[in-house]
Design a protein around this ligand. Sequence first.
Ligand code: AAT
Length: 285
Amino acid sequence: IKDGWFSEKNDLWPGQFFSLEVESILHHEKSKYQDILVLETKNHGTTLILDGIIQCTQSDEFAYQEMISFLPLCAHHDPKSVLIVGGGDGGVAREVSKHPLVKEIIQVEIDEKVIEVSKKYLPFMAKGFSSPKLKLNICDGFEYMRQHKSQFDVIITDSSDPIGPAVNLFTETYFKLLKDALKPDGIICSQGGTLWSQLEHVQDTISNCKKHFDVVDYAINSVPTYPTGQIGYVIASLNPNANLRLPKFLIQDKQAEELDLRFYNSDVHSAAFVLPNFAKKVLSW
Ligand code: AAT
């Protein structure tokens, strides 16, 4: 933070950075795993920053949390049992618990401090933790995956970027563990970086995923406060005939309103997979 502005400088997006004007520092600590910073910002509300990288701002978090949750949930015919890896702010738990077919949610977050801080400063997200469907575990997602087989219909990896505690969550071994933890016809969805500054990382993640899944796809949407204003999702199915682009569970205007969805609907679902030419190539890796 310099002269009242927080700047998100990182080698993952060299030669550029995004800045937010800061109203006050609400919280700052170093946990066992990472540096945790919570800011009140001038026009993006309360903002959570881990190791110098923006995880969510109050103004646009819904765009990311709804997409990473509803893309895989609605692509599945019956997503009864869902695993969330990461997501310490509670936003994905909040979204997953809205889906009428979901019966049980297990969440595995490595850093209990992120949960504590989110409960205090981001209650609009952390309300996900009070879902009666949720069971929360504090441990490394990678280690958890090793011990759980054929258990989940959908696994959502709401992970930080591939530095610090999340490095393992983009590797080939991780995708193998995901595959083994799914039930037949299971679907995964992982935070998949940005096309504009991390194209190689996106390519690597997709090719790691392709080694273990027959059907792999990539969806994108805009999230203004993420690097380059855009984020993608690696989404894959064990069912060789799956078309992840066509939602099986339809959500149009009325139901979107009932579920308090501000971004996701069935048209947004299919449109998210339409990629510009330079980006389509990442899928042929
Ligand atoms: N909901 C949007 C915010 C995130 S949070 C990512 C979470 O992943 C953090 O709470 C972090 O503690 C957790 N995490 C990191 N590594 C692990 C791990 N190995 N096991 C379990 N949880 C982990 C995502 C922001 C995306 C930012 C894009 N630029």
